[in-house]
Write a protein that binds this ligand. Structure first.
Ligand code: CAA
Length: 304
């Protein structure tokens, strides 16, 4: 009989105080929000200064809302905002203990980021990716530290949603897993561990439902309003699936369906042609002002 399995472990536990965040979109800004409120020093990096300015304004607005609803004090908000700085290159990350990549859901983009980022980091710094679907093992292999690389997948809106998925790549070591899990808990989140399979747990289940809702629209079974009302009132979902698709971003929805379709090689994950068409049109949902709803007015108006 074999003895107990020992896991080779060549890292020491990193005490995480400073967190770098790459990408100042809706996920990056949400992560910066919760990390700064939890007391971490946050360096938010994006190639686009305009995006950084927008992200800081969004974080300020969302924290103001939390102050008004007495979830946090004005002092907490001001201290947290004071812990966030921004930059347009990776220089400010030279002393980061953990970097969380939250760039666009595109493997090539992420690969380029990791290649440019790694030489700037301390050798003992950890890297997490907020990818919602791409293989952690494959992304880890594009870095100089696959054993210090992990998936840390937040849900949108980050300040509100309680879950994070933790995904180990084949090389991720135990101290990295434990340190990043401890950060997730410090951010007030409940971690769920997923194996490194396409789209992990939440999106493996959620996105085919969203894609099916788009097929339901495409085939003329119901209007946007009928589909969303049905799932809100008939299944008690907080948002209808088409409203949720717009909220996630139709480009992200399509990218996740493509990863499922290609990664699992099963036709049941085929992205709906209407989703493809919307993305080709640049109708990406809430962030672009139009998707299954038109967001140009006071209240969103269904487009079909
Ligand atoms: N920052 C901080 N607080 C926020 C916020 C934000 N960005 N957005 C909403 N809130 C807070 C509000 O202040 C409010 O707080 P109180 O409970 O203290 O009043 C609370 O959240 C509810 O907000 P609202 O009253 O404005 O609106 P709502 O009741 O319609 O809820 C919602 C909004 C929380 C987004 C809700 O509609 C919901 O849960 N939707 C489903 C979201 C979802 O499924 N997310 C997962 C997407 S999948 C994903 O993210 C994975 C991926 O990779 C694609």
């Amino acid at each position: 009989m074999n003895g107990p399995v020992t896991i080779k472990n060549d890292s020491t536990m990193v005490d995480i105080k400073e967190i770098g965040i790459i990408g100042a979109g809706q996920m990056g800004s949400g992560i910066a929000h919760v990390a700064s409120l939890a007391g971490y020093t946050v360096k938010m990096i994006d190639i686009d200064q305009g995006q950084l300015t927008k992200a800081v304004a969004t974080i300020q607005r969302n924290m103001d809302r939390q102050v008004n609803r007495e979830k946090i004090s004005a002092g907490d908000r001001d201290a947290a905002m004071g812990r966030i700085t921004t930059g347009t290159d990776y220089g400010p990350l030279s002393n980061a203990d953990l970097v969380i990549e939250a760039a666009t859901e595109n493997e090539e983009t992420k690969r380029k980021i990791f290649q440019a980022l790694c030489p700037t980091l301390r050798p003992d710094a950890l890297i997490a990716t907020n990818t919602s679907s791409i293989s952690i093992t494959r992304l880890a292999s594009t870095t100089d530290r696959p054993h210090k690389f992990i998936g840390l997948h937040f849900m949108n809106p980050v300040p509100v949603m309680d879950l994070v998925e933790l995904i180990r790549g084949i090389a991720t070591d135990v101290p990295t897993f434990e340190a990043v899990k401890a950060v997730a808990v410090a951010l007030g989140k409940t971690p769920a561990v997923s194996e490194d399979f396409p789209a992990f747990i939440v999106n493996r289940i959620l996105l085919p439902m969203v894609n099916e809702a788009i097929y339901t629209l495409y085939e003329g079974v119901g209007s946007v309003e009928a589909i969303d009302t049905s799932m809100k009132l008939g299944a008690r979902h907080p948002m209808g699936p088409l409203e949720l698709a717009d909220f996630i971003g139709l480009d992200t929805c399509l990218a996740i369906m493509q990863v499922l379709y290609e990664g699992l090689a099963d036709s049941k994950y085929r992205p709906c042609p209407l989703l493809v068409k919307y993305v080709e049109a640049g109708w990406l949902g809430k962030k672009s002002g139009r998707g299954f709803y038109d967001y140009s007015g006071e209240t969103p108006v269904p487009t079909r």
